[in-house]
Design a protein around this ligand. Structure first.
Ligand code: PLP
Length: 337
């Protein structure tokens, strides 16, 4: 390829210096940046593409399916998915995973109603609109957790329609966790047989499962699908995520497309082939022990941060076992820094 002209060369250099400088002061988003994927850099020279179903080999065979499958097996294990009855793929992030979970739920229950709390991630309302599903917003308490009495009342009122529960396993702002035990109790009380529970575990899913934090949210607690972000706790230079659903649910989705030689079971067409390799590398390098230690260290740091802030007179608090420390808005100067 030709060289850049000197002006553009300078622009790029300026940008790169700025990005590096920003990275050194970056705080306030739940994003890990302590990763080192330099061993994988040669792959950046290749147009990897995991287009289509991760379990069905494509004629586009310049992909990372074999590693993607190993990542999925890891998460099936971590989230205690029903044996031989799970399916998933590496997404572009938590949002796509949530969209997929809701898509599967709607295919299963076209006349279902989605119940989600007011602390739910902003992208969910848009996805509900895209899917054209009816929805009801449920109140939360002050800490951001779903108000189960409100949920119960809404379920009773609409008990003639299937219920699709969108549960937060760590809300974006306060990291509040909705309790699947209380949700299933509310469903039982309303005698709603046709129901579906999607867990938005984008933020807190990975470390909550690693440390077996309560309340539990995995498939054994009643989840029908779970979405996580890959660039948050694990860390990735490219935003990514993972979604997992019970396989028998998703079987009505996906057409065979001759030109890609695989099945169109995912939301997008082309899929990033590099991010599954980043995830695979992190999982293999840290191992389950290393990941658990990472989770414990993060919790210890959150505890320490809360204590130190309180010690100097700043009212800081956390939800139980949360990594998110909440405190009053600092000065504009500090925020910009
Ligand atoms: C970050 C986040 C999302 C969105 O995930 P992306 O990976 O940014 O698409 C959804 N829900 C919650 C609770 C989140 O914290």
């Amino acid at each position: 390829m030709d060289l850049l002209n000197p002006l553009d060369e300078q622009r790029l250099k300026t940008y790169m210096v700025k990005a590096e400088e920003r990275a050194n002061n970056f705080l306030g988003y739940p994003i890990a940046r302590d990763f080192d994927y330099s061993a994988l850099y040669p792959l950046l020279a290749l147009p990897l593409n995991n287009i289509g179903d991760p379990m069905v080999e494509s004629t586009y065979d310049l992909n990372s399916r074999s590693l993607e499958q190993e990542v999925l097996v890891f998460f099936a294990d971590l989230f205690r998915a029903p044996e031989k009855n799970w399916w998933g793929y590496i997404t572009s992030g938590g949002s796509e995973g949530n969209l997929y979970g809701l898509y599967v739920a709607r295919e299963l229950y076209p006349n279902g109603i989605v119940y989600y709390s007011e602390a739910t991630h902003y992208s969910v309302q848009k996805n509900i609109q895209l899917l054209n599903i009816r929805s009801i917003v449920i109140r939360t308490d002050e800490q951001g957790e779903m108000d189960y009495a409100d949920l119960s009342q809404m379920l009773q009122t609409h008990r003639d329609q299937p219920a699709i529960i969108f549960a937060n396993i760590g809300t974006t702002m306060m990291e509040a966790k909705d309790d699947l035990a209380q949700i299933t109790t509310a469903l039982k009380k309303a005698a709603i047989k046709s129901h579906y529970i999607h867990c938005d575990a984008a933020l807190a899913g990975v470390y909550s499962a690693l440390l077996d934090l309560k309340p539990g949210f995995d498939f054994t607690y009643g989840a029908d699908s779970i979405a996580i972000s890959g660039h948050k706790f694990i860390g990735s230079p490219i935003p990514c995520g993972m979604v997992m659903v019970k396989k028998n649910y998703k079987e009505r989705i996906g057409k065979v497309i001759p030109y890609i030689g695989t099945v169109d079971t995912t939301i997008t067409g082309s899929r990033n082939g590099h991010s599954p390799v980043f995830m695979w590398y992190a999982i293999k390098k840290l191992g389950i022990g290393g990941l658990k230690k990472r989770a414990e260290d993060s919790l210890a740091l959150a505890r320490y941060t809360e204590e130190r802030l309180n010690f100097i007179g700043i009212k800081a608090w956390r939800n139980p076992s949360a990594l998110t420390v909440i405190f009053p808005e600092p000065s504009l100067f500090l925020r910009q820094k």
